[in-house]
Design a protein around this ligand. Structure first.
Ligand code: GAP
Length: 507
């Protein structure tokens, strides 16, 4: 019997499991770590690869209308001028003059303390699930401490980008509690480097902040060599770098991360809204196919008035993370802005010839762009569970289980001989293990009681364990005990049935 219990702090539990079982470590940990950078351990690198491979197979290999490429991380600096990143890829930054802490202005909230219609001061808080409650509590404390009589109005939070010049000098810094904050200023998030021996302005280059520009810059090369016809997509996966002001929430927002992006080019007269909807649905279905629960997914349409002038519409697929509902995957209809920008800046037309009208035109694009590390976190957070399990003798223990889809689980099946000192059991288990290993990532474990071995596999998300027991070697049929991770149900299965199960579930 088992009952699911909520861990007191899901995010802490996930980070701790990730460290304990070798999924994710802080980067350069022996030197104290580096904020916004992470390393993936032996299980993490497998899980990440499986997510990437599923995306690549479904997005590129199993489709006839999408091709893949891999472009360099450092590109010609003019790429980033044409794309608008040099001028505009910035976040509004606020400094605390005393603590030297830095905040993103759009993540720093404030509210006036209004008592009987009169403003007596300001309170501030960082963006979180509880921003409004925190501001309200701070306003009440202020009123109590200053012993001001009257009725406190409910706080009306605004972010710091909306602060008027006369308010900036009165809003307290979250670090000091005093009005020590600077006005917001634009902070470009691209990492700069120098190419070649000189370190002057002529050698400045950037680590790419997105993989997308590779697809635009190589558009003509793909059209000329790839035997592609509109509508078609170009996809790639790879590292991107952003000097985020406030990297946070573990691997949710980091400074080095991996993106999986696809640019889907359509005729200028094609129905962009139809394709936009098509790709939103595709992305949601794909997330579900790797095990993310439908209940955690939602959509957010960017407000028309906040879109860039060239954008026809952007919808984010949102995910219920432990720290709130946040963007997971953005699907943007970008018109023909990017190709036009590169045509103008390079002097090389980025057009396609329309056989029907005998005219050239610049294709439009729909762009589904997602962060691999963000999907990784979504998978861990929604798959993590703790259960109270009671055995036949009435003993209760806590079982930690990672409910990963077989498609992405780092280990698909664990092979366990019931006893390690029974030669026949070990020999049969080894034979099965060697055969499975050629096709599927699997794990051989003979150490400790079988129940303990099941628990170790539950914690890393292994969907199935097969135990080679006395029935295997003594009874007809060469069957094993198959134990299923989520239900803990056990049944007997032959080798052929095991391979058939894996073939069906791991794709
Ligand atoms: N080419 C469009 C583009 O890059 P974006 O919304 O800036 O759009 C796309 O990024 C996706 O990349 C996001 O939805 C998110 O999943 C991921 N992403 C962006 N910044 C990230 C960061 N600092 N850390 C981890 N993932 C990030």
């Amino acid at each position: 019997m088992s009952t699911q219990t909520e861990p007191a702090n899901l995010m802490e539990a996930v980070v701790s499991l990730a460290k304990r079982r070798g999924f994710v470590f802080p980067s350069s940990e022996i030197y104290g770590g580096l904020n916004g950078f992470f390393d993936y351990g032996p299980l993490g690198v497998e899980l990440k690869k499986n997510i990437r491979d599923c995306w690549w197979n479904d997005m590129v290999r199993r489709r006839d209308d999408v091709v893949g490429i891999e472009t360099s991380i450092i590109m010609h600096p003019k790429v980033w001028e044409a794309s608008g990143h040099v001028a505009g890829f910035s976040d509004p930054l606020v400094d605390c003059k005393v603590s030297k802490n830095r905040y993103r202005a759009d993540q720093l909230f404030f509210a006036p303390i209004v008592i009987d219609g009169v403003t007596h001061g300001y309170v501030s808080a960082l963006e979180s699930e509880k921003t409004t409650e925190e501001l309200q509590a701070a306003a009440e404390l202020f009123k109590r401490k200053k012993a001001i009589q009257g009725t406190l109005a409910p706080v009306q939070p605004k972010d710091f980008t909306e602060a008027k010049p006369e308010e900036i000098g009165q809003i307290p810094s979250p670090a000091t509690g005093n009005p020590d904050l600077t006005p917001p200023r634009a902070f470009n998030m691209m990492f700069q480097t120098n190419v070649g021996a000189m370190t002057d302005a002529s050698s400045v280059a950037y680590l790419r902040p997105e993989t997308a520009q590779g697809m635009f810059v190589d558009f003509k090369n793909v059209v000329d060599t790839g035997r592609v016809k509109l509508p078609f997509g170009i996809a790639q996966t790879g590292k991107s770098f952003r000097n985020e002001i406030t990297p946070r929430n573990f691997i949710f927002r980091s400074r080095e991360f991996e993106q999986m992006e696809m640019e889907f080019f359509i005729h200028e007269d094609d129905d962009w809204a139809k394709w936009h909807r098509y790709w939103i649905n595709w992305c949601k279905d794909w997330l579900k196919s790797i095990g993310l629960p439908d209940s955690h997914l939602s959509e957010y349409d960017h407000l028309k008035e906040k879109l860039a002038f060239y954008s026809k519409g952007t919808t984010d697929i949102m995910f219920k993370f432990p720290f709130g509902v946040q963007e997971l995957w953005g699907i943007a209809a970008r018109g023909n802005y990017d190709l036009t920008q590169h045509a103008n800046a390079s002097g090389k037309p980025q057009e396609i010839f329309d056989e029907a009208t005998k005219k050239k035109f610049v294709p439009h694009v729909i762009e589904p762009a997602v962060g691999l590390d963000r999907i990784f976190l979504a998978v861990l957070a929604s798959g993590y569970a703790e259960e109270q399990v009671t055995d036949e003798k009435g003993n209760t223990e806590t079982r930690t289980v990672l409910r990963l889809s077989p498609r992405i689980a780092p280990v698909k099946v664990a092979v366990l001989p019931l006893l390690k000192n029974k030669e026949q059991l070990v020999a049969r288990a080894q034979k099965l293990y060697q055969k499975l290993k050629r096709k599927y990532p699997c794990f051989y474990d003979e150490a400790g009681a079988v129940g303990r071995r099941y628990r170790r596999q539950d914690e890393i998300g292994t969907p199935w364990c097969v135990t080679i027991d006395f029935d295997t070697i003594e009874k007809e049929g060469d069957t094993f005990t198959l134990r299923e991770r989520d239900s803990m149900a056990q049944k007997r299965i032959t080798e052929a049935e095991l391979f058939a199960l894996l073939e069906e579930q791991v794709y």
